[in-house]
Design a protein around this ligand. Structure first.
Ligand SMILES: Cc1cc2nc3c(=O)[nH]c(=O)nc-3n(C[C@H](O)[C@H](O)[C@H](O)COP(=O)(O)O)c2cc1C
Length: 157
């Protein structure tokens, strides 16, 4: 089985997660959505990863999903998101990804996320500062490695 992992990432977290999947699968390739020109029909499995910003998935990933909706509906596809407010993860899917695609997915899950002030610029830095001021100090924003492992196990079946 060969796998194509397509991802978007602004500050590197989603890319790191995509890389973790890529390293653990046997016959896989990862591509940033900015460079995506692979023929998805040449792959048995497509994994799509995107960060969430202001409640939304990456706009290029969204465009990709819409332009390839018919092919994606007929393929094995798995989705993951990286987000800071993990408790909302299901609604991020419902609000951003067509139901047809989710119904057909072998899995869709959240990998948690990171919010590193040093990596942010401009408006994103402002938002990150605001968020860290207003979030409960005990509620750590982090990558959920157990979710990544569970996800990879399901892909391998
Ligand atoms: C400007 C900004 C807006 C964000 N908005 C959301 C949001 O609406 N919901 C959420 O759960 N996380 C939000 N996050 C957290 C990101 O999803 C998190 O930092 C993620 O790990 C980023 O992944 P990336 O490094 O691959 O871009 C936001 C982060 C920034 C900087």
């Amino acid at each position: 089985m060969n796998t194509l992992i397509i991802y978007a990432s602004k500050t590197g977290t989603t890319e790191k997660c995509a890389d973790q999947i890529n390293k653990q699968l046997k016959n896989s390739k990862m591509v940033n959505i900015l460079d995506q020109n692979e023929d998805i029909n040449r792959y048995d499995l497509i994994v799509i990863g995107t960060p969430i910003r202001m409640g939304m998935i990456d706009k290029r990933i969204k465009k990709f999903l819409i332009s390839n909706i018919e092919s994606l509906k007929s393929k094995k596809v798995a989705y993951f998101i990286c987000c800071g407010f993990n408790e909302n993860w299901k609604s991020y899917y419902e609000q951003n990804i067509p139901k047809d695609l989710l119904d057909n997915a072998i899995i869709y899950d959240t990998f948690g996320g990171e919010m590193d002030l040093q990596k942010q610029k401009g408006f994103d830095k402002f938002i990150t500062k605001m968020v860290s001021k207003n979030t409960d100090k005990n509620k750590e924003i982090k990558i959920l490695n157990e979710n990544i492992e569970r996800f990879i196990k399901l892909l391998d079946e």
